[in-house]
Structure formats: C-alpha cells, structure tokens
Design a protein around this ligand. Structure first.
Ligand code: ATP
Ligand code: MG
Length: 351
C-alpha cells in the first residue's frame, strides 16, 4: 500500500477561488474520498502527521508486538487499533474490544478472563472472557489507564506469559493474542502517583504510537469536513453540495478540543440544521465553539459539546435509543455505547 494514496484530489485551497464565496463540492471526486483505495478504509486525511502514524501502523501490523495508542479523546485511537488488526495476519480472526473504563472493576476481571459456574454469587453459568475470545486474534484494551491496580498483575501475566485462569478455576489457559491498548491518560504521571504499575507500563509500551490532536494537523480538516458532510447528508437523504468558504475557514481555525469526534458531531448537527443545499454551521454555535477551543485543556468543553449534541438527537427521536431511526443509529454508535455515554455525561430523560 502506498501512503501517497492519501493525497485526495479535492483540495480546499484549489476549490476556493477569490471571487467565489462558496466551495463547490465535486460529488464525483468526493466519491473517491469516501471510498479511498488507501488500504486504510475510513481513515481520512493527508497531513504528514497522519501519514507518519499510518506508516507506523504498517510497520507494526504484520507482527505480534503489543501496541500502545496514545492520544486525546476523539483522535481516532479505536480506528487505528482496527487498522492494525485488519493489516495483520490475524485479520480473519476476531478483533475483540474491551473498554476498561466502562465496566466496574468487580465485573472487569470476569469480563477479561471469564469465570466458571459458581465462581461467585450470581455466576450461574460458565462465561468465556474476552482474552479467550480473542485467541489468535487481537484484543483492544481501550482506556487502559482506567484499569484498577489490583487487576494489573493479572493483565501483566497475559502480556508476559500469554496465560491466565478463568475465575473459579485453577486450570491455566494459554492464549495467542495480540494486544493493542489505548489511553488518553498520562501513564507515566500515573506511575509517579502510584496509580499504574511500571512493569505493566513497560510491557505495554513496546511500540507506542501517538496520534496527534486535530489542531496539530489542520490540513486534514477540510477533507474530514467534506467526508462527514457527504456521509451525513447521505444518511439523512439530503443534498449538500456547497460549503461557504468562511464557514470552512472557521472550521479549519477552530481548535477542536474533542478532535475528530467533535468535528463529526458538529457537522452532523450542521447538516441536520441546513435547509438548502449549502452547509450552514450556526454562526453563534461556531463563535462560542471557537472561544471554547482556546481553552482546549478544559475537559468540560468536549463534555458540553457532546452532551448538547446527544440531547439534541434524543429530542429528535423522542428519546428512542434503538432501531434504525433511533438515537444510537443516528449518532453512529451502538445502543450500549450511547447508554454508557449518556450515563457518563449525566443525561437523563426529563419527566
Ligand atoms: N482520520 C479519520 N478519518 C475519518 N474518521 C475518523 C478519523 N479519525 C477518527 N475518525 C472518527 O472519529 C470518531 C472518533 O474516533 P475514535 O473513536 O477512534 O477516537 P478515540 O481516540 O478512540 O476517542 P476516545 O478516546 O474518546 O475513545 C470515530 O467516529 C472515527 O470513525
Ligand atoms: Mg476510543
């Protein structure tokens, strides 16, 4: 695969003649952007920062080395984890994901390693853990920084010895699993505070890949905007064929504290709100977002944007989460992820 394929024909500057206040989207050429022959399906961008990341993915994918993905929220860690799996010889085997932050510590252990019937109160049947399900495939441990200290030695054993026991069993099981872990947290800082084991960190940190935040690769923004506009318009059965150049400039200047996920949400909202075929990003929205972007270190900014967007979609679907026109489908996530996010963001249905 050649990374040169990441250079898409549609370039924002080229399509912004001084006399024309709008960028006309070439829909035929956009189709190429939507279905790129990059070998990295669904990964959009042309910045050198992204290319460096993809080169690392290519380098590491073929082997079994543990990969640690580092990056702010919404930068594409999960997308990259999937790309590593799909470019590895394990492609025909399962890619198993476990979000270590989404499951209470008590349950996480049995989620990881499984349990025998009667292992603890409530264990009425035997359960296979994700480590075992991922045998011969890849195990993506998302939010690894959130894994409790007491569980870390057991995970270290999987990394070192490729072995574990189901809860309630003394039989040691061997697995052949490739681990990809991700976090937005500063693991070295956590080690200093005694919150993360250094031995586990060194085992995870074999091949670290840092995914840069969107504000450090603004060249990717116009391509991503065009991609998400087309994707959302198609999903909503709308036609958007132009983006005002000042809107694109404002989108490119914005700092995107929530990175690509935030961009995706803002564009989806804009497509929903646009009446004609020209993309309208609400001016006030963008103004306040631009201001918020300057204080990108504040975690509440992303939470506010996400909460606002999820609430807006829930309102449209009358709080229906599942089904083809439910909020989860509209937000491009599955029901349990939406449920988890709603809980995390404190979104409750009004009485
Ligand atoms: N380069 C890209 N091209 C197209 N879409 C992207 C790209 N990077 C990320 N995305 C999209 O942005 C969204 C967020 O990406 P992803 O879930 O991989 O981020 P993350 O780093 O895992 O975020 P978090 O830390 O919040 O879990 C997803 O919908 C993903 O498909
Ligand atoms: Mg993620």
């Amino acid at each position: 695969m050649s990374l040169n394929n990441l250079t898409y024909p549609l370039q924002y500057e080229e399509l912004r003649p001084d006399t024309d206040p709008e960028i006309t989207l070439d829909l035929d050429r956009l189709d190429e952007t939507l279905n790129p022959e990059t070998g990295f399906e669904g990964i959009i961008g042309r910045s050198s920062a992204l290319r460096r990341v993809l080169e690392m993915v290519e380098t590491v994918a073929w082997g079994d080395s543990t990969v640690l993905l580092l990056g702010e929220t919404g930068t594409g860690k999960e997308l990259i984890a999937r790309a590593i799996h799909s470019h590895s010889p394990r492609i025909e085997r399962p890619f198993v994901k476990l979000n270590c932050a989404a499951i209470p510590t008590g349950l996480l252990e049995s989620e990881l390693f499984g349990h025998e019937r009667g292992a603890f109160t409530g264990a009425i049947t035997q359960k296979i853990g994700r480590v075992e399900v991922a045998d011969q495939g890849s195990l993506f441990l998302d939010e690894i920084g959130d894994i409790a200290l007491e569980l870390q030695p057991k995970l270290l054993r999987v990394l070192q010895e490729r072995e574990f026991e189901r809860l309630g069993s003394t039989r040691t099981k061997k697995v052949d699993v490739r681990i990809v872990a991700a976090t937005h947290r500063d693991l070295e800082g956590m080690i200093l505070k005694g919150e993360f084991r250094s031995d586990l960190y060194y085992r995870l940190n074999v091949f670290p890949i840092s995914i840069p935040p969107l504000r450090e690769r603004p060249e990717d923004i116009p391509l991503l905007v065009e991609h998400f506009v087309q994707e959302t318009a198609r999903k909503l059965n709308k036609t958007i064929d132009a983006i005002p150049s000042d809107t694109m400039a404002a989108l490119t200047d914005y700092q995107w504290p929530g990175n690509i996920r935030e961009l995706e949400n803002v564009i989806e909202r804009a497509v929903i709100l646009s009446r004609g075929s020209i993309l309208r990003v609400p001016h006030r929205d963008l103004q306040s977002r631009v201001t918020a972007g300057h204080s990108s270190e504040k975690p509440e900014t992303l939470a506010d944007v996400e909460r606002e967007h999820i609430r807006a979609v829930l309102k449209q679907t009358r709080w229906v989460l599942s089904g083809p026109s439910g909020a989860a489908a509209r937000l491009g996530m599955n029901r349990s992820t939406l449920h988890f996010r709603m809980k995390k963001l404190g979104i409750v249905r009004p009485c």
